[in-house]
Design a protein around this ligand. Sequence first.
Ligand code: ZN
Length: 235
Amino acid sequence: MSFRHTVKIIGLGALALTLSVEWLDWLLRRLRSRHGHRSPLKEVLFFPTALTCVEHFFKPDTTFASPCPCPLPHGLETSLTGLLRHLLSASVSLDLCIFAFSSQDLSRAVLLLQSRGVAVRVVTDKDYMRISGSQIGTLRNAGICVRHEMGSVYMHHKFAVIDGRRLITGSLNWTLAAIQSNKENILVTEEPDLVLPFTREFQLLWDSNDPARHFPRASPPSGTLAHLRESTPPV
Ligand SMILES: [Zn+2]
């Protein structure tokens, strides 16, 4: 057998193997979709995003007959509307770990979830929660449980877990500058292997920043609203 003939046979063998693997992959995906196994949600959103009206998220009764009077463009899909849609899909819980939070649109969304009975927990940074325009005080005043990093390092995470199964994570701080000016990204997924480490990390941060652990004598009696609001004053 000539060298050229041998190379040809090896090449054809490799091609056949590649096609077999791809065919097997296609077959498995088809079988999974037939049996109702959809692949988990995976979405990437980039910022900055165009400034558009988002009132329809908060006033769903806005119609063609009574349109929103604001001068912003309406009916456009942007990365912010995508983020709001994912956020407002929460029906049971929202665990939010955020370094800087000054976006009023996102704050309104969190308050709306709270008003719907969604259990909201927030972990944030103790310095950045006090900056001008921070929404953390507004959330606390609404009765939302907020804890801040007790250590000397920044609590620099930016992630949210919705209903324990949908993860939003990336570089985006929840600030107007990040949404409208910065180059930022977020990834949204329901891939369990990615969501689970974040739910564990949130619980770890929540427990380790419990004021009762750090200031046991300052803790008010359990069962009171003050107890739920934690011991640090609103900012
Ligand atoms: Zn409008």
